[in-house]
Design a protein around this ligand. Sequence first.
Ligand code: ATP
Length: 218
Amino acid sequence: MPPSAPTLHVGDLHKSYGDHHVLRGVELEVPPGRLVGVVGENGSGKSTLLRILAGRLTPDRGTVSFPGSLGYCPQHTVLNPAFTVDQHLRFFQVAYGLPDLERAHELLDILNFAAYRRHRVATLSGGTRQKLNLTLALMHDPPLLLLDEPYQGFDWDTYERFWDLAATLRDQGRSVLVISHIAFDTARFDQLWRLDGGLLATGANTAGADITGVRTAD
Ligand SMILES: Nc1ncnc2c1ncn2[C@@H]1O[C@H](COP(=O)(O)OP(=O)(O)OP(=O)(O)O)[C@@H](O)[C@H]1O
């Protein structure tokens, strides 16, 4: 594969719920080493799009292709309250076929929740559950990351750590797609897309300047 080939390619994606046509021909390419944002109003279809890209939902029409594996951090955590953080890591280690948990433990340190390793999920705060949710999406170091508002409930320090982590992954050549609601997040992205009327359009930052293509010189 040539280095400039997109990690993710999405063509003419359509999805309806009954007669509610949510996605109406979404086109998207995400190259390696790019941190891409998707913004849009509540109900515009952002989570629907990400769930389709992650293979959790079948589109009515269209294509999604990417080489290799992906990491998906859904908006709502899918954790088992009866199990500890460590037990979740071990389940996912088996599922991903990882030889060790070195990267997972690194992520626990980066996201600052290593102290909770032996705690059951039922006893964790919402923000700490979300840290585990994100760790489970990243621990196998996939080339493509699909993150649906991954910092919900994070304190400010962890929120900043998340963006440092996302930038590091981008710099290491990963493709990172983040759904965001927060207007001031938009400056963090190399490329910004807005989901509106079922279509993706190039976005604008809060100052109104088009930031799409900031890192697209390659
Ligand atoms: N399973 C479903 N059945 C019927 N309608 C659905 C279903 N899932 C989503 N929808 C509808 O599809 C539209 C898009 O929903 P989606 O959750 O993708 O939007 P979103 O942009 O992620 O919203 P938010 O910003 O509030 O998270 C909404 O009108 C929602 O009510």
